[in-house]
Write a protein that binds this ligand. Structure first.
Ligand SMILES: Cc1ncc(COP(=O)(O)O)c(C=O)c1O
Length: 329
């Protein structure tokens, strides 16, 4: 394949097909880490910048300032690099070292907020306020505000959803993480136009409050919504058929097992999506097709999810997760 620029390589990510033991269900693992920035967020970063250019909110030579746990920022840093914008990412300590190093490698600047937060607390409110304030004071700047930006959600309607429709004849179930809701709601919009019977399953970390609950800290990064932050405006609840909560133990031990058993290195939040999807699919009868959206790869979590010391220090090792998956796959 020959292309003219790196953004031409966004999308058309591959899938790996697995089978559930208990029934005749196929599971298609959509590996979004094969996007240039290593996550599905490349799709929305490009679409948000295109949207802002079109509406005139972003002008040549401008500065983009965004709050991110890392993946959106990596996507924005790449698109900014090739389009000649300056990019500033506002992050907190939930952003892994690997993600921060990648943003810097693409020429992005980093502003870290969230002093005083614990390791498993995410400073979304402070991040968003800081990015918004900085953009309001800096001339020729743009705050994409991914949580409320419809261009985030619509990035997936004609790209990711279409890719699935083109490759799989009849999709019964889709499972994906929910943070801003852009990827799962955008995919749902595209899929349901084609087949309104496809069921959409959203997985958030236990402790996140998108589908209610009191809220408590969690380590899964880039997903869910903490109790003090507003629910992202782009979430369309009526598109989601079922919701689940994944514990950090379920998420991270699934990641570690998948790497060792299948050679598939997935990101922390995707471990939770895979676990909840397999648990649900194991209960089904007959045959069907399910897609699991794997937002990013494990390369960005080598210092936490895949680090034995970090996992032990946080009391996150749980071998029962692996035993369960062995029953299902
Ligand atoms: C690590 C991670 N978790 C979850 C998600 C889902 O996020 P959203 O609901 O904002 O699309 C993403 C999106 O790329 C992600 O990178």
């Amino acid at each position: 394949m020959i292309v003219e620029k790196i953004t031409d390589l966004i999308g058309n990510t591959p899938m790996i097909k697995l089978k559930i033991k208990n029934n005749d269900w196929n599971v298609y693992i959509k590996l979004e880490k094969f996007n240039p920035g290593g996550s599905m967020k490349d799709r929305m970063a490009l679409n948000m910048i295109r949207g802002a250019e079109k509406s005139g909110k972003l002008k040549p030579g401008g500065t983009i300032i965004e709050s991110s746990s890392g993946n959106t920022a990596i996507g924005l840093a790449i698109v900014s690099a090739i389009k000649g914008y300056k990019f500033i990412a506002v992050v907190d300590h939930h952003a892994s070292k690997e993600k921060i190093d990648m943003i810097k490698a693409y020429g992005g600047e980093i502003v870290v907020v969230g002093d005083g937060y614990k390791a498993n607390e995410v400073a979304v409110v402070e991040r968003e306020q800081t990015a918004k304030n900085m953009a309001s004071k800096m001339p020729n700047s743009f705050f994409p505000n991914q949580a409320d930006n419809e261009d985030n959600k619509y990035a997936y309607v004609d790209s990711l959803a279409t890719e699935l429709i083109n490759e799989i004849d009849n999709i019964d179930e889709i499972y994906g993480a929910i943070g801003t809701g852009g990827s799962i709601c955008g995919t749902a919009l595209g899929i349901k136009k084609h087949n309104k019977n496809t069921k959409i399953n959203a997985i958030e970390p236990e402790g996140s409050i998108i589908f209610g609950g009191e809220g408590k800290p969690y380590f899964q990064s880039g997903t869910g919504n903490p109790k003090d932050a507003d629910i992202p405006k782009i979430i369309e609840y009526d598109l989601i058929d079922k919701n689940y909560y994944a514990t950090d133990k379920e998420a991270f031990n699934t990641c570690r097992y998948f790497a060792r058993k299948y050679g598939i290195l997935v990101g922390g939040s995707s471990g939770g999506v895979i676990y909840k999807a397999l648990e649900d699919l194991n209960k089904k009868q007959g045959k069907g097709n399910a897609v699991i959206l794997v937002c990013d790869g494990g390369e960005k979590y080598l210092n936490n999810v895949y680090n034995d010391d970090w996992m032990n220090k946080n009391n996150l090792i749980d071998t029962s997760v692996e035993e369960k998956i062995k029953e299902w796959l």
